[in-house]
Write a protein that binds this ligand. Structure first.
Ligand code: NAP
Length: 432
């Protein structure tokens, strides 16, 4: 029996769920609020990680399957409600990620120059919501809070030279804005120690291979030995420690930009009159894996503070969340009868792209046995009529491919594509 499922969100989680459903013989309508597919692969993964971004080819194959339709430029909550989708389809899967930045919750956070990693990564990836963002980077000192892979991405994109970035698909506005910034000292700050940091060894190593930047770390912050509870973690921690030991021997004056990798420091207050002038930190110590303040404080002279401390979900009508929810309440992906979640919407902002494949397949394995009732009548005709009635200009996959073709016009450059970054131009290109 063929059922029809709406998948909302066309990032990795949504695409892997779509693929599993299509392979099981079901019909999928894959919605996205953007006229472009691929979610964080297009607008989250750093532009200098084109190898990672290439996974879009797998999703493109899924989008071309006969069971699958892409409905871009359709926003749930604006153009169609979740209740309408649930009423129309046999099941609805939310793959809408966790797009809202978590806050530090400290004094001074609303000063000009405090930036969330969400808008920043969207900006340097040409996301149309953030292409006009122009972050304040006009100071020598920049603090990046967090020791995860997002912090590492942000640091790399800010520190790399323009020459290194020309082979990427970073938009010209971001390339020029960063190249013009007087950045001399970037501080990547973890509230716990090197062994508790969540960045991964390969990503940490990349920080030592940037053209105009030297990575440095205080050797006194590095433990003698890596200690972990299992052999796999032990190996990871040893690699991290090895790389950091190498950085601790670097000459800070050997490059124009210094990347200070700092541990045991937790933000206490951001100081400044109208804009950020200093960041005050509490010195911490770690006991049983937890950070405790020691009572000692110190200041860094920075004009920009970037939060890279994780994300939370956007509220959705009909689903209970709080201001701190990092995912929608679910049990193994099931939110309610006929309503499911995958990806970050299901498990919170964790894991690499590949994590989503096994995770989405597991959710579909749990969902399929619940589809035993007779399929609902004509879901596609009903949704098309409803969207037409509301004047929604749906961008199909062939329409998106017009954007893709235009972005591929890069003669005379080394860039893999030249992204279209405004809503108007994206829509015009897709629908002309
Ligand atoms: P993450 O790995 O959870 O890192 C968040 C960081 O923020 C942690 O260091 C955390 O410290 C810190 N933090 C949280 N609240 C804080 C606070 N109030 N004050 C100071 N520090 C605070 O998350 P992420 O970096 O956003 O990455 C999300 C997921 O995407 C991860 O699974 C990541 O691996 C993945 N990702 C992968 C890549 C890649 O493969 N290249 C690139 C980007 C993202 P504590 O540990 O002490 O809580």
């Amino acid at each position: 029996m063929t059922h029809s499922i709406a998948v909302v969100g066309s990032g990795p989680g949504g695409f892997y769920a779509t693929e599993a459903l299509a392979k099981a013989g079901h019909q999928v309508d894959l919605f996205d609020r953007l006229p472009t597919p691929y979610g964080l692969v297009r607008s989250g993964v750093a532009p200098d990680h084109q190898g990672t971004k290439n996974v879009w080819r797998v999703y493109q194959r899924t989008a071309h399957r006969p069971e699958v339709r892409f409905l871009g430029n359709v926003e749930m909550g604006r153009d169609v409600s979740l209740a309408e989708l649930r009423d129309t389809y046999d099941a609805v899967i939310l793959a809408i990620g966790a797009p809202i930045d978590r806050e530090l919750g400290i004094p001074g956070e609303s000063l000009h120059g405090v930036i969330g990693s969400g808008p920043l990564t969207g900006w340097y990836n040409g996301h149309p919501d953030f292409s006009g963002f122009a972050p304040n980077l006009d100071s020598k000192g920049i603090a990046v809070i967090g020791n995860g892979n997002v912090a590492v991405d942000v640091v790399r994109v800010l520190c790399r030279t323009a020459a290194e970035m020309t082979k990427t698909d970073i938009p010209a506005y971001a390339l020029e804005h960063i190249a013009a910034a007087p950045i001399a000292d970037v501080y990547m700050i973890g509230r716990r120690g090197p062994l508790e940091a969540s960045f991964t060894p390969v990503e940490l190593r990349e920080l030592g291979a940037m053209a105009g930047t030297v990575a440095v770390v205080d050797p006194d912050q590095l433990p003698e030995q890596a200690v972990a509870t299992n052999p796999k973690d032990q190996k990871l921690k040893e690699k991290i420690l090895d790389t950091l030991r190498g950085y601790s021997r670097n000459d800070p004056q050997s490059q124009p930009v210094r990347l200070h990798i700092m541990f045991y420091a937790s933000p206490a207050e951001i100081l400044g009159v109208q804009r950020v002038e200093r960041l005050r930190l509490n010195r911490t110590k770690v006991e049983n894996g937890k950070a405790f303040e020691t009572g000692e404080q110190f200041d860094l002279e920075v004009g920009t503070v970037i939060r890279a401390i994780g994300y939370k979900v956007r509220p959705v009508e009909g689903i209970h969340t709080t201001n701190a929810s990092s995912c929608y309440p679910n049990v193994e992906g099931r939110i309610d009868e006929g309503l499911w979640a995958v990806g970050w919407a299901k498990r919170g902002p964790s894991g690499v792209i590949a994590t989503n494949r096994a995770d989405s397949i597991a959710v579909i394995d749990a969902l399929l046995p619940t589809l035993s009732a007779p399929p609902k009548a004509d879901p596609r005709a009903r949704i098309d009529a409803l969207l037409r009635e509301r004047g929604v200009a749906v961008v199909g996959f062939a329409d998106w491919e017009k954007i893709e073709a235009k972005e591929a016009e890069t003669e005379g450059t080394e860039a893999p594509r030249k992204k279209i970054t405004s809503w108007d131009e994206l829509r015009k290109t897709a629908l002309s």
